[in-house]
Design a protein around this ligand. Sequence first.
Ligand code: URA
Length: 288
Amino acid sequence: MTVSTNPDLAALRWYLDMGIDEATGEVAADWLAPKPTATTAPAPAAGTAPAAVSGTAAPTAARTAAAQTILPPGASPPARPAAPVLPAAQDAQRLAQAARSLAELEDALRAFDGCGLKQTATNLVFGDGNPQSKVMLVGEAPGADEDRQGKPFVGVSGQLLDQMLGFIGLTRETFYISNQVYWRPPGNRKPTDAEVAACQPFIMRHIELVAPKLLVLVGGASTRTLLGRTDGVLKLRGRWFEYASPGLSGPIPAMVLLHPAFLLRTPAYKREVWRDLLTVKQRLDLLQ
Ligand code: URA
């Protein structure tokens, strides 16, 4: 990598390295400038909504709360009423279990504030494809393209995955796809254990509501979350496991597939993926 001596370019490079790879507004915000506090800010005229910042996504409650905590130097924070804090996992479990349909589950996720990823994401990335399908795939986490479009696997690795599944006759009309977490981790970092745990009841309920006949776990991350298998993905790929959860009528055969992003970096594994896809097809054919 060449190190730029232009300070503007060096700053941009630093932003990229920190995972800041998108502008969220037309005008740069000076987050260090003193902000008007609730007592000094002009109140919106009665009956009008506060003006939205141009070009930004609707602020989440957490973003709004964070913005309100910026105070002029020396000012002490106002006393706050203690917020009732539910442990995120308990809240997630309750919300997910209450959902009786995919639409209700999606609404529950939109209302859920227990996963920090939501604060930096633009869109919820829920699922795509045919929810009546016999095959459901679960990947790791949305990336930048998915975050922009609100759909899983629409970026470069998604296009490769579509191509791979096309080889065995599957399209988005005949498979259903989601991820183990529903918002993009900033800078495409790996989701933390806490973020994965917060979303886990939702993806488990998601699988129960789709009730596929076959589950394909795309990559090691969703394999660890849903099967609890910690061996390397190269050891697990191509093998059938059983996935079970209380809301399913019985265990579902689950296959571990190498992640297309891994394949893009390591094309030498194409042969293994091809073999694994044929195994999925054989099993699917038995279900027809
Ligand atoms: N990788 C994933 O695991 N999921 C996506 O949605 C996109 C890329």
